[in-house]
Design a protein around this ligand. Structure first.
Ligand code: MSP
Length: 514
């Protein structure tokens, strides 16, 4: 029983605001989560991967009015673009939740009532600095030169509001952070959160009378819920059917951008404690994709790139590779098309693509399309094979810490090592005078290519699937949904001599600079 619970994995993206079409920053979060979801699936876990759209709040209300539409028609017109982006990015989400769905609104209303009954919510009056862009209130000491800490415009607001007794949970939250240092990651974000909570928590305003586009507060005709209490509960409202809650809660990983960490690492656990619901295991805050000038890519700033158009231009796997490889996951990363092309050509094409093409073509052309029979392995063969069979352990350790970039580094290094090995062994010469040794060298290399193809699956699913098809390890599969589990990354699952491969085609085409 215990074991079954351990073998599940529930991962979430934040839900995206639908005040405009999706941009590359959204795609970044989704791709990172998809890579982790696929990784866990391939590692034998029962995975639930949730994403969706955050459709209420002032931002959406304003955008709808600007577009001359009612709010519901406005979000209805935009949310398909978010689903389409996920599809184009090849994201394997299990569900997609919209906060305007009945299942969500019903759940959140129930939560509100429970909190009122437990005296965790009371009616008061709010006065403070509010930023529409951040969807957040700020205290006087957080305002810098008349702007929010993120540089957004703020205005002074006074209104009647319901409050959540956040201050009551300060000690409990600090105890949580102390008992579970891994609750917030990376480490710098953990420290930042602990110091924020240590400085004292005010009760949180959780309703608005100044807007109408939100879930109505039960029993009130003028209040709607503040968008964050509504939005955070999507992680639970999506699990209300088919035993999903029993199977997947608590959530294993909430992945969020660094600017929304506070909502997830402070407010969310406090809400859950108030509800008596088990807490998620980990919140990971990633960095931003920044434009050439260092500014966060954002719709409000207007410096965004369309992910669908970019995918059509460079290919989805290419984009996935670049995003996960460019900077350590957690740091900010500059997006620029030239860097994408240079990196992908240098690594995915010149190293990994070149290796797989050289090895598979040699076997196809010179070894009768069959995996050769190895004889005695030399020291250099054994060193390379040892690195190959232990790669999954190193990647698994990295993924436990969400170090996705390290995973790709391991694969890239392995490919480089194999390229050095192939150049040293020079099978094209060897085959002229020593066929036995040639076969051992090519067997060793075929094993490296097999493992690299398996390991690449979470990152570049379509290309990895094609490689595995060429190797005859997967049936032809137009949708590229079949896969080879990581438990095959060991020596015991090695290729059988005589196994037929298919004719190799270029899997990683070179990108051209405009
Ligand atoms: N709706 C809230 C989240 C509620 S979760 C209960 C929200 N939405 S958002 O659309 O503004 O952002 C969603 C996610 O996209 C966040 O994790 C955010 O960090 C990410 N990104 C938006 N722009 C980004 C970049 N330029 N770079 C990387 N990620 C970015 O916040």
């Amino acid at each position: 029983m215990h074991q079954q619970k351990e073998k599940k994995y529930y991962i979430t993206t934040p839900i995206y605001y639908v005040n405009s079409t999706p941009h590359l920053g959204h795609a970044y979060t989704s791709i990172a989560c998809d890579v982790m979801a696929r990784f866990k699936r391939l590692d034998g876990y029962n995975v639930y991967f949730l994403t969706g759209t955050d459709e209420h709040g002032e931002k959406v209300q304003r955008s709808a009015h600007k577009a001359g539409m009612d709010e519901q028609s406005f979000v209805d017109s935009l949310f398909p673009a978010f689903q389409n982006t996920l599809r184009v990015m090849n994201c394997s989400n299990s569900d997609f939740i919209r906060t305007t769905e009945k299942r969500h609104a019903d759940y959140v209303k129930q939560v509100w009532k429970t909190m009122v009954n437990n005296d965790d919510i009371y009616l008061g009056k709010y006065a403070g600095w509010y930023s529409i862009r951040d969807e957040a209130f700020f205290s006087e000491d957080e305002i810098i030169d008349g702007r929010s800490p993120t540089g957004a415009e703020v205005s002074w607001i006074e209104e009647e509001s319901y409050f959540f007794r956040l201050s009551k949970w300060q000690e409990k939250l600090l105890q949580l952070y102390e008992a579970q240092p891994d609750f917030i990651s990376p480490k710098s974000r953990y420290k930042e959160t602990v110091s924020f909570v240590t400085n004292g928590l005010h009760d949180l305003s959780i309703s608005r009378t100044s807007i109408t586009w939100g879930i109505p507060v039960p029993g009130s005709s003028k209040h709607v819920m503040y968008v964050w209490i509504d939005a955070l509960f999507n992680y639970l409202s999506a699990l209300q059917t088919d035993d999903l809650y029993k199977t997947f809660w608590p959530c294993d990983l909430h992945v969020v951008g660094k600017e929304i960490l506070r909502f997830h690492a402070v407010y969310w656990p406090a809400f859950l404690m108030a509800m008596g619901i088990e807490l998620p295991r980990k919140i990971f805050a990633h960095g931003w994709l920044v434009a050439g000038d260092g500014q966060k890519m954002s719709k409000s700033i207007g410096n965004v790139v369309d992910p669908v158009a970019l995918c059509e231009k460079v290919g989805c796997d290419t984009l996935r590779y670049f995003f996960m490889r460019n900077v350590p996951f957690g740091n900010d990363g500059r997006y620029c098309e030239k860097n994408l092309i240079l990196r992908v050509n240098a690594e995915l094409v010149n190293s990994i693509g070149n290796l797989t093409q050289r090895v598979l073509s040699f076997i196809y052309k010179n070894l009768n399309q069959q995996i050769p029979t190895p004889s005695t392995f030399f020291e250099e063969d054994r060193i390379l094979l040892n690195k190959t069979y232990t790669a999954i352990d190193r990647i698994r350790l990295a993924f436990d810490q969400q170090e996705i970039h390290v995973g790709l580094e391991v694969i890239y290094q392995l490919s480089n090592d194999a390229n050095v090995y192939i150049d040293r062994q020079a099978p094209w010469n060897l085959s002229k005078y020593d066929m036995e040794r040639t076969q051992t060298v090519l067997y060793t290399l075929a094993e490296v290519v097999r493992i690299i193809s398996i390991l690449l699956q979470p990152f570049v699913p379509t290309s990895a699937n094609r490689l595995l098809q060429i190797m005859g390890l997967l049936e032809p599969d137009i949708d590229a949904t079949s896969h080879v589990l990581f438990l095959n990354c060991d020596e015991a699952s090695r290729l059988c001599p005589g196994h037929k491969i298919c004719e190799p085609t270029i899997v990683f085409p070179r990108l051209k600079l405009d």
